[in-house]
Design a protein around this ligand. Structure first.
Ligand code: HEC
Ligand code: HEC
Length: 486
């Protein structure tokens, strides 16, 4: 009797043990190219997000010529003229007489989108620090804004009554500015929001090459989504090395536009359909300048209105097409005609390392989400027609686990989902991930991996990052060199 109990207990323990072992196996992918042994992975170095056991290091921001900011080749003379006029408007700093505020995050598109050239991402010195008190403004600097940190905008996760908010709460007001006499308006209470874990951040995304992204047909995005579905779901089926991602597939979905049902693709959650829509929204949300797409002031405090509404419109008396076009059209044309960033053939690390890194990037599974290339369709604009788009994104949103979750839903993108960040131009980016939490490429990669299998809340990239961590240090270095060459 007692002996039988012992056997039963022993068997149970064995089964439980096997169960745990299986789970570990299920998340591992013993992948070391050029390595003959295929034993179980050694203790997982990625538990510490900085991955200190690896000697591979982020080569840092690539110096030298920006390789971005010029117009795309093949534009006509008039298209080039619109590009130049749009660039001027994009870089211009607006004042209250032009409609700035009453609440805003900055006074110019170009100062948030500046690295490594106008149109890009957050510069090294955050212009929001100086802007807080520009022209006598009395703003206090929120605790999460630093001179050497990224440009940030803030969203509140919930309303005071607990219902979802998710909206942008502008950092600053025009109160105190010499061009806003009599305006009295308080900033939101960011300290309280932070104390309640109710504020999340977004940093600017680059706009180089976005005219090409606009022209990728939905059918191409859908075909790419379906493409490696077997690999994405479970590599085991094809009899290849097993890569089951935490029992869950890499299964990104599209974020479709609420108005016409086509695939939206701009912003950290692929929440916006077009450059014109983003321009209209950014002009009103980031700068407080109402326009033809967003006609109403976000803050209608009476003693803080100094311009007619909407603040900017097409000039029907304009003598030339450029003089007639409204600002948001010009912003869009500038971004639409911006050339994609030019990668470096040999910096950092040399051409061989970069080539190896490119292959490894695909082999470990990064390219299952960061799709290296798409093709544009039959664009009306010749310079954008049937062109390659080497953006390194599938334009889908993916569940990135609790570590990156921001609790905000936009369209079909849920609280833990983000668009695969396009990696072109990455070599010259200073801050990484949606909230700019790191400037270290190694950490950006490790942050992809959060959650666990027991709670079934692992990031879709969980298994891929494990593959990366199982590479030799020199192979990881090849991937980092490749990424900084982009
Ligand atoms: C205060 C800083 C700030 C200002 C000013 C600003 N932006 Fe942005 N921009 C951002 C942030 C932050 C995001 C990411 C927003 C998100 O996805 O939630 C962004 C994203 C974008 C994108 C999406 C790019 C992509 O790849 O998805 C476009 C387009 C854009 N901005 C255009 C503009 C234009 C045009 C202006 C001027 C009217 C402007 N921005 C002003 C901060 C700024
Ligand atoms: C499941 C899809 C998925 C996989 C697999 C994946 N990524 Fe990502 N990647 C994303 C998403 C989504 C983001 C944006 C996350 C955020 O900002 O919260 C991102 C962001 C990044 C960024 C930061 C870019 C920026 O502009 O801030 C880098 C760098 C990056 N990925 C590299 C990699 C590498 C290298 C691999 C392979 C080891 C990889 N990714 C695998 C989806 C993926």
């Amino acid at each position: 009797m007692r002996k039988r109990l012992c056997v039963a207990l022993f068997l149970t323990l064995g089964v439980v043990g096997l169960y745990f072992y299986q789970i570990d196996l299920a998340t591992s992918f013993d992948f070391r190219p050029g390595d003959s042994h295929t034993s179980r992975p050694s203790p997982d170095p990625s538990v510490d997000p900085s991955n200190p056991s690896s000697r591979a290091r982020d080569p840092g921001v690539r110096m030298g010529a920006p390789g971005a900011g010029d117009p795309i080749t093949g534009l006509s003379a008039t298209e080039t003229a619109f590009f130049n006029a749009g660039k001027d408007d994009f870089a211009e700093e607006d004042g209250v007489p032009e409609g700035l505020g009453p609440t805003m995050n900055l006074d110019s598109c170009g100062n948030c989108h500046l690295q490594p050239a106008v149109g890009g991402t957050s510069p090294a010195v955050n212009p929001q620090v100086e802007f807080a008190n520009k022209l006598g403004a009395t703003n206090t600097l929120p605790a999460f804004i630093h001179a050497n940190g990224p440009v940030r905008e803030a969203r509140f996760v919930r309303n005071p009554d607990g219902t979802p908010d998710g909206g942008v709460h502008a950092l600053f007001t025009i109160a105190g500015r010499t061009d806003a006499p009599g305006c009295v308006l308080a900033q939101p209470n960011f300290a309280a929001a932070q104390a309640h874990n109710n504020v999340i951040f977004r940093i600017p995304t680059p706009t180089f090459g976005l005219g090409l992204v606009e022209q990728i047909p939905d059918a191409a995005i859908a075909a790419n989504q379906a493409k490696d579905s077997t690999t994405k779901r479970s590599l085991g089926i094809a009899g290849k090395a097993n890569m089951v991602v935490s029992g869950r597939a890499i299964s990104g979905q599209t974020n479709n536009n609420g108005n016409d049902g086509t695939i939206a693709r701009f912003g950290w959650k692929a929440q916006n359909k077009s450059l014109l829509l983003f321009s209209g929204e950014a002009y009103n949300v980031e700068m407080g300048i109402s326009n033809e797409l967003f006609q109403t002031e976000r803050n209608e405090t009476p003693n803080c209105q100094f311009a007619t509404v909407p603040n900017t419109v097409n000039n029907t008396d304009g003598a030339t097409p450029i003089l007639a076009a409204s600002a948001i059209e010009k912003f869009s044309l500038f971004m639409r005609f911006l050339a994609p960033p030019a990668p470096s053939p040999d910096t950092p690390g040399g051409a061989d390392s970069i080539a190896r890194g490119r292959t490894l990037f695909s082999n470990v599974g990064c390219a299952l989400c960061h799709t290296p290339t798409f093709q544009t369709g039959n664009s009306t604009v010749a310079a954008l027609r049937d062109k390659p788009v080497n953006l390194f994104s599938d334009l889908l949103v993916h569940d990135m686990g609790p570590g990156l979750a921001d609790g905000v839903s936009q369209g079909q993108a849920g609280p833990r989902e983000f668009r695969t960040a396009p990696l072109w131009g990455l070599g010259q980016r200073i801050f990484f991930l949606h909230d700019g939490r790191t400037s270290d490429l190694v950490r950006a990669i490790q942050e992809h991996r959060s959650g666990d299998n027991f709670h079934r809340n692992a990031s879709e990239a969980y298994g891929v990052v494990r593959n990366y961590n199982n590479l030799h240090d020199s192979q990881q270095q090849d991937i980092l060199n490749f990424l900084r060459s982009l």
